[in-house]
Design a protein around this ligand. Structure first.
Ligand SMILES: NC(=O)c1ccc[n+]([C@@H]2O[C@H](COP(=O)([O-])OP(=O)(O)OC[C@H]3O[C@@H](n4cnc5c(N)ncnc54)[C@H](O)[C@@H]3O)[C@@H](O)[C@H]2O)c1
Length: 269
């Protein structure tokens, strides 16, 4: 099928994980794709694979912490393909060692996390909007996180930045809806490609088990779960959906937080 025929899409973080799965799916569905990432070798691999499958793809090196590079990424879509229909702000930064509790927060890490995970999303939207408005339509998809909606034991800056992404998503939808722009956020729960699960170190295997336990489905997420949702949000099939945060988390946030404790307590009612 060609659900994205004649559409031009930019996806950041395209050299791995959800971004890679999304550019491959978008290209397979007929979109002309700008694959953006800081990792040039990774981008080259993805571009080769997409071209081998018959897709139309152009790589752009971008550091999402750099405003000029973000502007250049947007301009490349216009210069190469003449317009921009879809922007997926997906790349992010997370340093588990430095982004810890609020009390022990490394201030440099806080500022960098805001720059990479929140300011970058604002800049992507800011520079994409004039072209989308001129075009009369556009779908912006921001990768947020369930961590932006609940309190976290650690990674306080990451969670705050993702909460900011959710707020920016809604403001963008409110401000530009009448001009044909939709803006939605995807909030993944734990998502890992199969090879990372298979080769996971002990701590990650233990964490995967914890996450599986609190999900309503019996697995953690695969990058294709996110790519499939991004495809729906990118197409006109979702033209009545804007300003939304859609959790792709195996139902994790849908349950009463006491559910597992109640199960383990073996209560007789
Ligand atoms: N994996 C999860 O469980 C999970 C859960 C919730 C939210 N998220 C969010 O989903 C998104 C994608 O996560 P993923 O697991 O697919 O990540 P990933 O680590 O597999 O891929 C991230 C990509 O972003 C690129 N990148 C990193 N820094 C960059 C920079 N400064 N400029 C440009 N590109 C940069 C990397 O090179 C990499 O290709 C992120 O926004 C992340 O915060 C992930």
């Amino acid at each position: 099928m060609n659900r994205l025929e004649n559409k031009v899409a930019i996806v950041t973080g395209a050299a791995s994980g959800m971004g890679e799965a999304t550019v491959k799916l978008f290209a397979a569905q007929g979109a002309k794709v700008i694959a953006a990432d800081i990792n040039v070798a990774g981008l080259e691999r993805v571009v080769e694979e997409v071209k081998a499958a018959g897709g139309d793809i152009t790589a752009v090196q971008v550091d999402i912490g750099n405003e000029e590079m973000i502007q250049n990424m947007i301009q490349t879509a216009i210069d190469t393909y003449g317009k921009l229909d879809i922007l997926m702000n997906n790349a992010a930064r997370l340093d588990f060692q430095k982004d810890v509790t609020v009390k022990d927060m490394d201030i440099f890490e806080w500022d960098e996390t805001m720059r990479y995970n929140l300011k970058s999303v604002m800049l992507g939207i800011k520079y994409a909007l004039p072209f989308m408005i001129e075009n009369g339509s556009g779908s912006i998809i921001n990768t947020a996180s369930i961590g932006g909606q609940v309190g976290e034991m650690t990674k306080s800056a990451y969670a705050a930045a993702k909460a900011g992404v959710i707020s920016l998503t809604r403001s963008t939808a409110v401000q530009f809806g009448k001009e044909g722009i939709r803006c939605n956020a995807i909030a993944p729960g734990m998502v890992l490609p199969k090879d990372r699960i298979d080769n996971a170190p002990d701590y990650l295997t233990a964490l995967i088990d914890v996450y599986k336990d609190v999900k309503l489905v019996d697995r953690i997420g695969d990058p294709m779960d996110i790519a499939n949702l991004a495809l729906f949000l990118a197409t006109d099939e979702s033209s009545f959906i804007t300003g939304q945060v859609i959790n792709a988390d195996g139902g994790m946030l849908a349950q009463n937080p006491t559910v597992n404790a109640v199960k383990n307590a073996n209560l007789s009612w």
